[in-house]
Design a protein around this ligand. Sequence first.
Ligand SMILES: Cc1ncc(COP(=O)(O)O)c(C=O)c1O
Length: 385
Amino acid sequence: MDGAVPELPVHALEVLRRRRSAKWQTYPADVLPLTVAEMDFPLAAPITEALREAVDRSDAGYALPAPDLGRALEGFAASRWNWDIDPGSVTAVTDVGVGVVELLRVLTRPGDAVVISPPVYPPFFDWVPEAGGRLLEVPLARGATGWRLDLAALERAFATHPAAYVLCNPHNPVGRAHSADELAALVRLARIYGVTIISNEIHGPLVLPGAMFTPLLTVPGAGEVAVALLSASKAWNLAGLKCAAVVTAAPGMAAAVDRFPADTRWRIGHFGVIAAIAAFTAGEPWLDRLLATLDHRRALLSDLLSQRLPMLTWQPPEATFLAWLNCAALGPDNQAQERFLDHGRVALEPGLRFGAAGSGYARLNFATSTDILDQATARMAESAG
Ligand SMILES: Cc1ncc(COP(=O)(O)O)c(C=O)c1O
């Protein structure tokens, strides 16, 4: 490691296998799971302390997120991104998925078109119909320097007046942190054509060295047309605790959030709120260690892939701990992913789950130990023949 930031440790495989979460329970014991976006690092100390104290208090009742969650997020956003959030504009929701669906319910009408940009996190395809909307796909553009928003295609789609666009910033699975210029162009289009942007910023804290995260609501003029969703769940590995935050920056959007069903406030994880507050107020040093560790894993993966699997191509992500691997040399659809699983006993996410553009791709989660990455790439190479 360079500098003073030590890497985060990872427990040995047999210890990880004792975890009861989805990542570690889905596959038989001989499979290395590099699938769902859970990390293998131990939790940050301020979070384990806050949760332990809550258990010691027998404090397992209903959550009351306001005002502390908003204040904690305000402090974190100011320190990390120089983003001035009004804590009163922060509304807790169960998780980002629930937040997107509830936002679509209040911001669109049944049958309205809602734009998404595949390849994208699979539930994007489900959230829109769940809220009664109709999907309008505007795929990312794939250029020499990686995947980008296709602003020209988005303009053509916005000109048909869809009700909303669900943005993924940073974008899972390609790991792109959309630039301030791209987001300014997007906001301009949203204002011209009257399209509301729901900005899913769950991976915002996970922007790696070399790139920058631009919260959409910091773009001038965004507040009137956009709403953001943030969470501590990806960056501090808290997905099972169930807490995310909707943030608004203009009265019209705040009024829309006020129309959420009253009961949503009782559906938030109390431990999720406690952990999120600990993460946002005291979790930055750990986050810095995480980002330094992920930066090294990204470089290690790059070396391992070029040595052992030179037929795969990828653009190392600017954000997230997810590698979007072009495995087309091993076959279309999910053929490579199936081969890695069946013959190599390494589980990756199948590319087609992320939309038709994912044919020939697989997504690899590199938030794990150097040992596991070493073993996984060796087994993938062997299975690739
Ligand atoms: C882009 C994106 N949105 C949402 C989620 C899930 O978030 P939550 O569990 O808060 O619904 C994930 C999980 O990986 C994700 O990558």
